[in-house]
Ligand binder design. Sequence first.
Ligand SMILES: [Zn+2]
Length: 87
Amino acid sequence: MTREKLCISCGRVKPIDDYYTHPTNSDNHQRRCMECDKARQREYYIENKARIDRARKAWQKNNYDRHIEHCKKYVEKRRGEIICTRY
Ligand SMILES: [Zn+2]
């Protein structure tokens, strides 16, 4: 006999094999089916990617400012000689 379980996410009853195992849940299985779990992970990845991209852009901007500062100092040292192509 195949055990079945109600998915809390999509609300469908699916065979227990459609659920990932979970060590501490009462029936040792996730409350979301694999399909919903995958969708959730994909969403999480997309959200995270956006967050990481934002952080990277901010970092690049900060670093660019630092780079410009560094170049300014360097340019002053070299008496106005253009040594930085990005500046
Ligand atoms: Zn589901």
